[in-house]
Design a protein around this ligand. Structure first.
Ligand code: GUN
Length: 286
């Protein structure tokens, strides 16, 4: 029997409908949540991500503004802009699109964002808060994965979760969130020796390596939940994940497709964090 396909588009739609009702409640109190996005340079992928974020904001009733800087901008100039946005009553969330140009120190830029406006959860204080289980804002992609597991009633406590990928944006926070829910967590990377030995013992396997279809059917335990965070464009233009979906879906219990899996959830959770920030700023309970 084939796996249950976890439909990220459907879950994102459902969550966004809930978010819409929260922005409507805020509107009744004269509050419009606001998100500022800072983009440095003209990386084509970043430009598309930012455009999608702006569109999603307008769909759920969030004010958004984009601050563009040329790729040779000075870090000080960007940090000055962040400081102004920190003070702005119209802005509740600030996001600096990554990657930044080589001459930027990303951690310094991130830590110039006010912690209570750091809707990406990348400020070092928010990273520390996540480590100690006092989450302020959860990083959007792993947060989206947790919602997908929850909506599908996939048990986490006591299960073995294997994270393949160790990035600051996905792998590390994902592992911490699974750990916080009581999973026994193994963190691997594409370089891990005998990777299949680890992945084959996973009840929940999350993959974020950026290597197209690296997880083959032989690396997965029958009935496992397989979450594919990868999104890779092949030379023929086809979009694929880090998991060989066609074969793995015959063995897994649950699986996320690419596209239409984790992808739509990332922006949804950014919207959620922005609304949360506005509610907190104005002491509104949801
Ligand atoms: N670049 C790739 N993913 C992300 C993300 O989630 N947030 C930001 N700020 N930049 C990114």
């Amino acid at each position: 029997m084939g796996a249950n396909i976890i439909d990220g588009n459907a879950i994102a739609r459902e969550v966004r409908a809930e978010l819409r009702t929260r922005t409507e409640s805020l509107e009744k109190c004269g509050i419009k949540p606001g998100l500022a996005v800072i983009i440095v340079g003209d990386d084509p992928a970043s430009t598309i991500y930012v455009r999608n974020k702006v569109k999603a904001c307008s769909e759920v009733g969030i004010h958004s503004e984009v601050h563009n800087f040329p790729k040779d901008a000075e870090q000080d100039e960007v940090q000055r802009c962040i400081r102004e946005l920190n003070e702005s009553p119209l802005i509740h969330g600030i996001l600096v699109q990554l990657p930044l140009p080589q001459h930027f120190e990303a951690n310094r830029v991130m830590t110039s964002i006010a912690v209570e406006k750091d809707v990406d959860g990348f400020h070092l204080c928010n990273v520390g808060a996540l480590v100690t289980g006092n989450t302020v804002f959860s990083p959007c992609t792993p947060y989206g994965v947790m919602i997908m597991l929850n909506k599908n009633h996939i048990p986490i406590e006591g299960k073995h979760a294997v994270m393949v990928g160790r990035s600051n944006i996905v792998g590390k926070p994902m592992a911490l969130m699974l750990l916080a829910k009581g999973a026994t967590v193994t963190i691997c990377s594409s370089k891990t020796r005998d990777l299949a030995t680890h992945t084959k013992s996973a009840d929940i396997l999350v993959v974020a390596t950026g290597i197209p279809r690296m997880i083959s059917v032989g690396m997965v335990k029958p009935g496992a939940t397989v979450v594919d965070v990868g999104i890779n464009r092949l030379p023929d233009g086809k979009l694929v994940g880090d998991v060989d979906f066609e074969s793995v879906k015959e063995k897994a219990g649950f699986i996320t497709p690419v596209p239409g899996g984790v992808g739509p959830m990332t922006i949804t959770m950014l919207l959620c964090n922005t609304i949360e920030a506005a509610e907190r700023a104005h002491d509104v309970t949801k």
